[in-house]
Design a protein around this ligand. Structure first.
Ligand code: ZN
Ligand code: ZN
Length: 276
């Protein structure tokens, strides 16, 4: 059933791109640069293979993991229920209901129009993994961008070292040069795109925010300033605590996309108000 998620053009494109970058790096660039049988060649090829495997594994986890289904039994707590009159209470409950699924939405849950359901701690719907990025697969998504960025930087560094040491006039023919220019352009655009994406998600992790919450927060801040109040993202517990809440408290397990033992139900989250 989940295997069907791979039957999507963008997912196939990502797999082909990974295979292409792996092939040119290990079988062409490293070989042309220092020779694949030399020790620097073997060292670089092994390092790149490990990185590419981590990257591919994180990608599979992102595609195959359910990002977060809202339990059908979920009922929100209405804050200060006893102090509220009945009408207010009902109104407050109604605001927590999804107007498409007609079920209650836990905090940080949003409705995805592509998946046609509510997703716990939804970040965004990503067509490249044909899945939503949410509570259960955000760590794998973050690691996927991290590994992909490091791998593309490594590949580009090999490409640049090769270009710098080469005597271009002696290279075999014009089509050969065009081939290298094309590889260089693909690698550099990958590095720029992935670095931007990674930088953005590092910012989000450090603030314990989702992409949706970033935009909601900007609006909330603007509204608060207009009425002379202040606004702070409620789930921001400080940079280090935020990292541990998303990646797992044990630092040794930060880099494994399937270690998510720290995640509970995706229904309640600590807030800075609880700890103060
Ligand atoms: Zn919904
Ligand atoms: Zn979605």
């Amino acid at each position: 059933m989940k295997i069907k998620r791979f039957l999507s053009l963008p997912v196939m494109a990502v797999i082909s791109l990974m295979a292409f970058v792996y092939y040119i790096t290990v079988f062409i660039l490293i070989d042309d640069w220092v020779g694949s049988q030399s020790s620097p060649g073997m060292l670089n090829a092994s390092f790149f293979t490990v990185l590419a495997s981590f990257c591919f594994f994180s990608f599979l986890v992102c595609v195959l993991t359910d990002p977060g289904q809202v339990p059908s039994s979920y009922l929100p707590d209405v804050e200060g229920r006893e102090n509220m009159d009945h009408a207010n209470d009902k109104d407050s409950l109604e605001r927590k209901r999804c107007d498409k699924c007609f079920t209650y939405k836990p905090p940080r849950t949003h409705h995805c129009r592509v998946c046609r359901r509510c997703i716990l701690k939804m970040d965004h719907h990503c067509m490249w993994i044909n899945n939503c990025v949410g509570y259960w697969n955000y760590k794998a998504f973050f690691l996927l961008t991290l590994y992909a960025t490091i791998a593309s930087i490594h590949s580009t560094a090999i490409f640049i070292s090769f270009v710098l040491q080469n005597d271009w006039d002696s290279l075999k023919g014009r089509s050969f040069k065009i081939y290298y220019v094309a590889c260089g352009l693909i690698l550099m655009s990958l590095v720029i795109t992935l670095l931007t994406l990674l930088g953005w998600h590092i910012y989000l992790v450090l603030h314990n925010m989702t992409t949706i919450e970033y935009y909601e927060g900007k609006r909330a801040l603007w509204l608060a300033r207009k009425s002379g109040q202040s606004y702070r993202h409620p789930f921001n517990m400080g940079a280090y605590k935020n990292i541990t809440l998303i990646l797992v408290p044990n630092m040794l397990k930060w880099l494994c996309p399937t270690v998510v033992s720290h995640l509970k139900d995706g229904i309640s989250f600590p807030t800075s108000r609880d700890s103060s």
